[in-house]
Ligand binder design. Structure first.
Ligand code: PEP
Length: 253
């Protein structure tokens, strides 16, 4: 069995570097005792270098953003090459908060390619905004995935992780029910298979994200049968994330 992958999206948190250091230290301490789980932390840019440890690779570090450009006159941007040079291994792309701020599928596709060309893993977020009884959301989801991956060479499919994040479940009170997580993650894999290949779809990790906490994480893995989780708020809550990681690690399928 390949290891489960838990990615913490810290978003624009915590407010100080001292707190960021506390969170990464605690995450590392728990990650060190896990047997079946790989852990990635994605802090804001400004904390990345302090969160990367030259001595310990127990927690991998990801970025929450990357430029489509390789370098030059692009004020405020950070390139994939720069991130990779610092030791960043993952980049979260296509997050609904970025999509809501105007990021298009076309731009996301360029960011994915920049990330993959630099040798990092692209964590690509997809998910419907709403669910309707008739199932139109499935077509919307399919189109979104197809457009997001448009132009991404199939040789890179092995370096992609998909984070299925129904937008309505992000930052909400409740996560999606695990049975729906199971059904929809299978659908996502099917679309990935249509875009790349069946072999790529068998290998791609599909994570679930949206209001995961230490109470529901185990069931989402057990019943939802996903390969891991993308965790927002709970990833910067030291006691909660600690319990979440332990709960995921003990699930036996
Ligand atoms: C996210 O923003 O990717 C996320 C899953 O957030 P939360 O866990 O807070 O719903």
């Amino acid at each position: 069995m390949s290891k489960r992958l838990i990615i913490g999206n810290w978003k624009m948190n915590p407010p100080t570097l001292a707190e960021a250091k506390r969170i990464i230290r605690s995450t590392r301490t728990v990650a060190a005792i896990l047997e079946h789980t790989d852990v990635v932390a994605c802090p804001p840019y400004t904390y990345i270098s302090s969160c990367i440890s030259k001595k310990s690779h127990i927690v991998s570090i990801g970025s929450q953003a990357v430029s489509i450009h390789g370098g030059g006159a692009h004020t405020g941007e950070v390139s994939a090459g720069m991130l990779n040079d610092m030791g960043v291994q993952y980049v979260i792309l296509g997050h609904s908060e970025q999509r809501a701020a105007g990021e298009t599928d076309e731009i996301i596709s360029k960011r994915i390619i920049a990330t993959l060309e630099a040798g990092m893993i692209a964590v690509v977020c997809v998910g419907e905004k709403v669910r309707d009884e008739q199932g139109a959301y499935l077509d919307i989801l399919k189109d979104q995935i197809k457009h997001t991956f448009a132009g991404v060479p199939s040789k890179y499919a092995k370096n992609v992780v998909i984070a299925y994040e129904p937008v309505w479940a992000i930052g909400a009170q409740e996560a999606m029910i695990p049975e729906q997580v199971y059904e929809t993650s299978l659908f996502v894999k099917k679309v990935f298979s249509d875009i790349f290949s069946q072999e790529s779809a068998m290998k791609v990790k599909v994570l679930y994200g949206g209001s995961v906490n230490f109470r529901n994480a185990g069931d989402i893995i057990r019943v939802g049968k996903v390969d891991g989780l993308l965790v927002g708020r709970e990833s910067v809550n030291i006691p909660g994330f600690k319990e979440l990681l332990k709960a995921v690690d003990v699930v036996v399928l």
